[in-house]
Ligand binder design. Structure first.
Ligand code: ADE
Length: 249
């Protein structure tokens, strides 16, 4: 997969690309990331990329000409073009999967108070990474690159993502490693039992419990599997221990 990032601050993203799983994906040839410096397309001698908003108001707006010339320089009509914006559609794991199937993503990072709305007419999609405002789209672009690159075939072990938070519409169950007792804080007994059916049941129950408590929106939208329905029935009958629905985490 190829990702081209249009930005005023490529150096913000550069160091992020040099470590961990994203770096390994690049080394393995699964991912190529290029930058286009938007300012290179400014035409005036002071290299302005922004101007005051029509109608007045605070802040500066990125201009059509510089941004769209930068976009044209990519020269790939098949590329899927994303604008990072707090006013975009919410980013989800489902969207990460969808983007990971594209051959070439172009990610445009906005700055200042925003971009001239006409720029969005040239994009395929506007995406927000959450309900808060960042100083620029670069951190949001890194989140897209991170979440997409780990889904590329050959990037991380193929069996690890399926039970993670958000992969099945639920938050993940709690995980523990040695020691079983850390300064009196003990790992739930069921995980030490060696009884795989009970462990599985406990994990499903915990995923449901966590999601219900922490993300009632996800819980309400969830379509329960037969296994989950069975676990819920057992919970109601008090047949699964180590899970207390009333208890605060
Ligand atoms: N740029 C500024 N805030 C943003 C957000 N929440 N998501 C994506 N891009 C942004």
């Amino acid at each position: 997969m190829r990702i081209t990032v249009l930005t005023l601050f490529p150096e913000m993203i550069d160091s992020f690309l040099s470590v961990s799983i994203v770096h390994r994906a690049m080394e393995r040839g699964l991912l190529q990331v290029d930058f286009v410096q938007i300012r290179d397309f400014a035409r005036d001698r002071y290299k302005h990329v922004d101007d005051a908003p029509f109608g007045g108001g605070a802040g500066m707006i990125m201009k059509c000409q510089t941004v769209l010339d930068a976009l044209d320089s990519v020269e790939d009509p098949g590329a899927y073009k994303i604008l990072m914006s707090p006013a975009g559609h919410p980013y989800t794991q489902h969207k990460a999967h969808e983007l990971s199937t594209k051959d070439h993503l172009v990610i445009l990072c906005g700055h200042y108070e925003g971009l001239d709305e006409r720029i969005s007419h040239h994009m395929d999609e506007e995406i927000s990474i959450g309900d808060y405002v960042l100083t620029g789209g670069e951190t949001a672009a890194m989140i897209i690159i991170d979440s997409v690159s780990r889904l590329l075939k050959g990037s991380i072990s193929d069996d690890s993502p399926l039970e993670e938070s958000h992969e099945n519409g639920l938050l993940e169950y709690p995980q523990y490693t040695r020691p079983a007792d850390y300064q009196g804080d003990r790992v739930p007994e069921v995980l030490l039992s060696g009884d795989h059916a009970r462990i599985r049941e406990w994990r499903v129950a915990m995923a449901l419990k966590r999601t219900k408590e922490r993300r009632p929106d996800l819980y309400a939208a969830h379509t329960f599997t037969e296994e989950e329905k069975k676990v819920l029935r057992k919970l109601e009958m008090g047949k699964i221990r180590d899970v207390d629905w009333e208890e605060e985490e």
